[in-house]
Design a protein around this ligand. Structure first.
Ligand SMILES: C[S@@+](CC[C@H](N)C(=O)[O-])C[C@H]1O[C@@H](n2cnc3c(N)ncnc32)[C@H](O)[C@@H]1O
Length: 182
């Protein structure tokens, strides 16, 4: 089953699945990471739109996702927010010109995109030279015991919700063929 089909299937209960983590940690991290942004923002894998209320009013936000059911939830949250545009789009093939955005935001997305390196290349392409990528992501732990646990649960999270919790996301972001543009 494709990642998109998995997210279409779990969209109605997506926010319940990790509610304890959301309340304990994620909500605070989202606010801290996004409260200082301004200008044109692209959110990749916007999901149910959990981040939308964390952006300052001055931001013009374009949110993309490849799951129509997840986007429906985001559209409910974005109702009345004139600075938000939501589009069905593949992160690996972004339909924007080069140098379009001041910020690209991903939260818990690079673990689920089938080819995260290709998506990161696309994010760099659409980012202005002065722009920044803001990422809050699951990563393969440097702690040996936690890493083993991640390896253990990865087949389950992968088959249920398409999340690879043990990807080397930091290394992917820092790859030399994906030069940081700032
Ligand atoms: C774990 S959810 C995270 C949603 C949201 N960013 C959050 O913080 O709650 C991952 C999201 O990435 C989306 N996604 C996966 N692959 C994608 C792709 N190739 N293009 C766009 N979105 C994708 C899924 O549909 C899903 O909505």
């Amino acid at each position: 089953m494709s990642v998109t089909s998995k997210y279409n299937r779990i969209a109605p209960i997506y926010e319940l699945i990790d509610l304890p983590l959301e309340l304990l940690f994620f909500r605070r991290w989202r606010k801290e990471a996004l409260s200082g942004l301004s200008g044109r923002v692209l959110e990749v894998g916007v999901g149910t739109g959990r981040n939308l209320k964390c952006y300052p009013v001055g931001c013009s936000i374009t949110g993309i996702d490849y799951s129509e059911r997840m986007l429906e939830k985001a559209r409910e949250k974005a109702r009345g927010m004139k600075n938000v545009t939501l589009l069905l789009m593949d992160a690996e093939h972004l339909e924007f010109p080069d140098n379009s955005f001041d910020y690209v935001v991903t939260t818990f997305v690079l673990c689920s995109i089938p080819d995260p390196v290709r998506a990161l290349k696309e994010m760099r392409r659409v980012l202005k030279p002065s722009g920044e990528i803001i990422a809050i992501e699951y990563v393969h732990s440097s702690n040996h015991l936690i890493a083993r646990f991640e390896d253990l649960i990865n087949p389950v999270t992968c088959s249920l919700i398409g999340d690879n919790t043990n990807r080397k996301t930091v290394e992917n972001i820092e790859r030399p063929d994906l030069p940081l543009r700032k």
